[in-house]
Write a protein that binds this ligand. Structure first.
Ligand SMILES: C[S@@+](CC[C@H](N)C(=O)[O-])C[C@H]1O[C@@H](n2cnc3c(N)ncnc32)[C@H](O)[C@@H]1O
Length: 254
């Protein structure tokens, strides 16, 4: 679906002291951008920041970096944060426009990220060969390992069952251990939970929200994320489905 360009977004973001369009220049020094060096969390693909604004406001003793690829949605993130804070100073969040596929160039081990949130990332389920674009794919998880501290967590929620079930072996292969899993987050009453724009939309349609917490185990992981193939039953499920046809346009519309 094509989203109409919001002309106001870029100028508002350019004037915003807690926005950066030059994320790579802060690599290794993100902590210095905040007033105080505190626990540092990262949200990937924050969209319009509906849950981000509530989460960062409620947790002002934690610093956050919220990333998305397009100013179109980050303009809303900024507005949502500004509205939620009102007259209170916004000192514990940085919004960054960046392509998460290259995140290793934006964050370094010295940035010591302690938790990563991935909320309703694009499922890329239409063609098996597009799975590598998922924000939970080993191509990504192996990058996150570089800057996530040992024992640091990834909190992942989605409406999409194939994405969810197929992501579980991704995490295992990349040296993460499961700490919590629930197939219906709202029924489970897990707290704290900040409801995102997509979460609200799917919940209203009656789709249960799947949620999992994984923890990074220390030590090296021997895995080539480019050549990695899903083991066992998952891989067999996909046998024969792979196509080489050029259907990128379909998938871009996902
Ligand atoms: C389905 S939306 C979910 C937004 C929000 N997290 C929510 O739950 O409502 C996925 C978001 O991820 C962003 N995104 C997808 N791929 C990305 C990438 N490679 N780098 C940065 N952001 C990306 C999209 O721009 C979009 O805002």
């Amino acid at each position: 679906m094509h989203m109409r360009t919001k002309k106001w977004a870029k100028p508002e973001l350019a004037a915003c002291p807690y926005f950066t369009d030059e994320a790579e220049t802060h690599r290794g020094h993100w902590r210095a951008l905040f007033r105080e060096d505190r626990t540092l969390y990262l949200e990937l693909g924050c969209g319009k920041g509906v849950s981000t604004a509530a989460m960062v406001y409620d947790n002002r003793d934690v610093n956050f970096i919220a990333v998305d690829i397009t100013c179109n949605v980050l303009g809303d993130t900024r507005r949502n944060i500004a509205k939620t804070y009102g007259d209170a100073p916004v000192e514990n969040v940085m919004i960054a426009r960046y392509n998460i596929e290259d995140i290793r160039k934006m964050l370094a081990p010295e940035d010591r990220i302690e938790r990563i949130y991935i909320n309703f990332c694009n499922p890329w389920t239409k063609r098996p060969k597009y799975a590598k674009r998922r924000l939970t794919h080993p191509r990504q998880l192996m990058q996150y390992r570089d800057f996530l501290v040992d024992g640091g967590q990834i909190w992942f929620k989605t409406d999409d069952l194939p994405l969810f079930t197929e992501s579980l072996p991704y995490f295992k292969a990349c040296g993460f251990e499961m700490r919590y899993l629930v197939n219906d987050l709202h029924a489970a009453g897990f707290e704290p939970n900040y409801v995102s724009e997509h979460e609200k939309m799917y919940t209203e349609k009656g789709v249960p929200i799947k949620f999992v917490i994984f923890e990074k185990m220390p030590g090296p992981v021997e895995l080539d994320p480019v050549r990695w193939v899903m083991p066992g039953a998952f891989a067999r499920l996909r046998e024969g489905v792979e196509t080489d046809g050029d259907v990128l346009q379909d998938e871009e519309a996902e």
